[in-house]
Write a protein that binds this ligand. Structure first.
Ligand SMILES: [Zn+2]
Length: 337
């Protein structure tokens, strides 16, 4: 039985993706000043954690609760009043299904239809209304096949290591860094491996939930004791290649700087970051993946949010869907039911 099924209800949605169900409010993503009854924290990336949740019950996974605490944001986690589905983005990332009478609304949070490194993704149910992230909601943003991309990355790493050039592998410290370790560590068995302290602490949380990540030595940016040899790789948060520590590694070792990010599909990415090479290995669905979600949920109405939300809603309308860009609904509140 759905949570609100016995009540007379109405559902409204505003541009901050606050869902109002009768007198109950559920905030789906951060950005609103509204103090809601529930706030849904889809995952523990900082742009998705609503900070003022002291008065609101937080709907989230156990993993997100733990990671948020580790990031210094205490949540008052409540028993899940709505069903949650694994969204394939990072450890503990979820989509939420809100059922009210005959109306069903699914909010994806950040989503990946081809998850990296054993992150689970569940099939979503068919719904009336879909609220979907659109980070790569532009028809030009399609990633190359995963196996080709991994092979290209490993060949590149091996080639540089064979020339005595160590490699720095940069990615977002929570999620991407763990995922590239899970993919690449096993393919580089004979290489010394280091990681930054910020990455190591999230590795520990991944291990708590049975996701295996090889142990690594910590490399501190202030450290005087840098490796003696040249046969090593370092997992590091994504920063500019012009950063002082990166410059030290370049000078001392002729190190190669690589970044793993879907954003590298965008024009001029490597030059802007001052790095040697970027690989579009992403924790988000690309344009094709987003269309897969539309097909899977076959919604009657779609709201797009984040990234290319305007472009994506336009593409969806071309395909015959009733689609709206949530970010452009200035001040408006839409009555969904
Ligand atoms: Zn995210």
């Amino acid at each position: 039985m759905s949570y609100f099924s016995k009540k007379v209800f109405s559902i409204n949605l505003d541009r901050f993706a606050t869902i109002y169900v009768n007198e109950h409010e559920t905030l789906l993503k951060p950005g609103s000043d509204s103090s809601a009854d529930y706030v849904f924290i889809s995952h523990a990336h900082l742009d998705h954690i609503y900070k003022s949740t002291q008065d609101s019950g937080a709907i989230c996974s156990e993993e997100t609760f733990l990671l948020s605490t580790l990031r210094g944001i205490g949540l008052k986690r409540v028993e899940e009043p709505f069903p949650l589905f694994d969204s394939g983005h990072i450890l503990g990332s979820k989509a939420i299904l809100i059922e009210a009478g005959d109306e069903t609304i699914l909010y994806t949070g950040d989503i990946n239809t081809s998850p990296l490194g054993n992150i689970p993704r569940q099939r979503f149910p068919k719904v009336h209304t879909l609220i979907i992230e659109s980070n790569y909601g532009n028809p030009n943003l399609v990633f190359p096949p995963r196996s080709e991309l991994v092979k290209e990355a490993v060949d590149y790493l091996r080639e540089n290591l064979s020339k005595n050039r160590p490699v720095v592998l940069m990615g977002y410290p929570l999620g991407k860094s763990q995922h590239i370790q899970m993919i690449l560590d096993g393919l580089l068995p004979d290489v010394e491996k280091y990681a930054s302290p910020s990455i190591i602490r999230y590795n520990d949380v991944y291990r708590l939930f049975s996701l295996t990540i090889e142990n690594k030595s910590i490399m501190y940016s202030q450290s005087q004791a840098l490796p003696k040899g040249y046969n090593w790789i370092l997992y590091y948060p994504n920063i500019s290649g012009r950063n002082a520590f990166m410059q030290v590694l370049k000078k001392k070792y002729d190190a190669v700087l690589t970044v793993f990010s879907g954003r590298s599909l965008l024009e001029g990415y490597e030059e802007a970051l001052g790095i040697d090479k970027a690989f579009p290995l992403s924790d988000h669905a690309d344009f094709k993946g987003l269309l897969e979600i539309i097909e899977e949920t076959s919604p009657q109405r779609i709201f797009t949010t984040h990234g290319f939300s305007k472009e994506f809603s336009r593409e969806l309308r071309k395909l015959g869907y009733e689609a709206y860009d949530l970010n452009s609904m200035r001040g408006k509140c839409i009555r969904l039911f």
